[in-house]
Design a binder for this molecule. Structure first.
Ligand SMILES: [Zn+2]
Length: 406
């Protein structure tokens, strides 16, 4: 079977790791920052050298296209180049570089293809500079209002609109990905979790993105002096919050073992070591692929009493997302190709969100995961061994070629 070039892939990974490098093995490459623009320039230079035609849309998403034998809708692959602060060299960028390597293999090996083949770079996936995450794919898919997005500000007060206009990468609205000109999307991404490595699998066959709900609890007690108030009179909001979290864990653990839930944020007021806390707010993020299990989790949340440890309790849903199912035919291609290359693989759902989940509403879509060493991601330790990147690229290439024959 045809394979990509491992050394050429290494060169891509090493080169792009310099854009935003901090000297600690990772990068800070915030969306549309000078480092991100330098990476975009290098990407475009390499695409042009391969004879690809480059277009940009109004959200500065880049589409680099290899002409097909026929004038029919294109197959698209790629990911994002922006990172979080002190992020790694694999999240997002590996999806772009493996797509570029797959395209380069098609060119150098003169592999015939009917459909145009496009490599996409999405703008502002991380949301680390401009909130929200997956902004540009979301605008294209109609999930976000563009005018509101343009007003999103970074910490320096620069709006997304200003950054977009200054970037030199803003293009035409008519160049956006759409269901008429594109027929399939495949995004390769690092797993960002420990499962593939622990299960000793090379390839994650991604069936979809798990649904989630995010709730915020508010516990209201009474602030009093830590030295004078007997325990039995206290209305300690933090103590009540602890008991609620314990209850939630005990009950949620009784549901399916694939359910994951997290209290990642807690604000304690007044947060003074000599004062009994009177107000605690904490979040509960719950994720599972099956909506029935999510609903069971919501039932558990609803059973939290209005009063706990003499404190009043309320909660509200901050946001939610439905499970996204990817294209069955493409999922099967990924599995078949992993098998044919002799790579180990497993089917799984993505816990994190990705651009592909929005595009899945517009055109048939799937994703390919490769392992993250020790499960690390969104940090400088993020690492995927080269041979795993290479295997992922081969499966990506073959999957694109399979789709080309549909
Ligand atoms: Zn990513």
């Amino acid at each position: 079977m045809i394979t990509c070039n491992e050394l050429r892939l290494k060169d891509k990974i090493d080169t792009f790791a310099t854009f935003g490098a901090l000297g600690n093995g990772g990068i800070t490459r915030l969306s549309l920052s000078p480092a991100a623009l330098a990476a975009r320039d290098e990407f475009c230079k390499r695409c042009k050298a391969l004879g690809m035609e480059i277009k940009r849309d109004d959200m500065a998403n880049i589409y680099a296209t290899l002409k097909g034998e026929e004038d029919i809708p294109a197959i698209i692959m790629g990911s994002h180049m922006d990172s979080v602060v002190q992020g790694g060299n694999y999240d997002g960028i590996l999806g772009v570089l493996t797509a570029l390597e797959a395209a380069e293999t098609i060119v150098t090996e003169k592999i015939p293809h009917r459909h145009p083949i496009t490599v996409v770079v999405w703008t502002n996936e991380e949301g680390a500079r401009f909130d929200p995450a997956m902004m540009s794919s979301g605008v294209i898919a109609g999930k976000f209002d563009k005018e509101l997005m343009l007003e999103s500000k970074d910490r320096e007060g620069i709006t997304f609109k200003e950054a977009l206009e200054d970037s030199g990468y803003m293009g035409e609205i008519t160049n956006r990905l759409n269901a008429k000109d594109y027929m399939a999307l495949v995004e390769l991404h690092v797993e960002q979790g420990p499962v593939l490595e622990a299960e000793k699998k090379d390839i994650g066959i991604v069936e979809g993105v798990v649904g989630m709900v995010n709730y915020e609890f508010t516990i209201t007690g009474q602030a009093d002096h830590a030295g004078t108030t007997p325990m039995k009179y206290r209305k300690d909001a933090l103590f009540a919050a602890c008991n609620i979290i314990r209850y939630l864990h005990d009950e949620l653990d009784k549901l399916d073992s694939k359910l994951v839930y997290t209290t990642g944020r807690m604000n304690v007021s007044p947060n003074i070591h000599t004062v009994i806390p009177d107000l605690v707010k904490f979040t509960l993020d719950v994720r599972h692929q099956d909506p029935t299990v999510i609903n069971q989790a919501i039932e558990i949340i609803k059973r939290v009493p209005e009063e706990v440890d003499r404190c009043s309790v309320s909660y509200k849903e901050l946001w939610s997302r439905k499970t996204v199912a990817f294209c069955k035919e493409f999922i099967d291609f990924v599995e078949k190709n992993a098998n044919e290359y002799g790579y180990s693989s497993m089917r799984m759902y993505s816990g994190p969100g990705h651009d592909a989940q929005y595009i899945a509403d517009m055109i048939p879509t799937t994703m390919i995961f490769v392992p993250s060493q020790n499960g690390h991601s969104h940090c400088e330790k993020e690492f995927t061994p080269l041979h795993n990147c290479f295997k992922g690229t081969n499966v990506l290439l073959q999957t694109i070629l399979d789709i080309d024959r549909i």
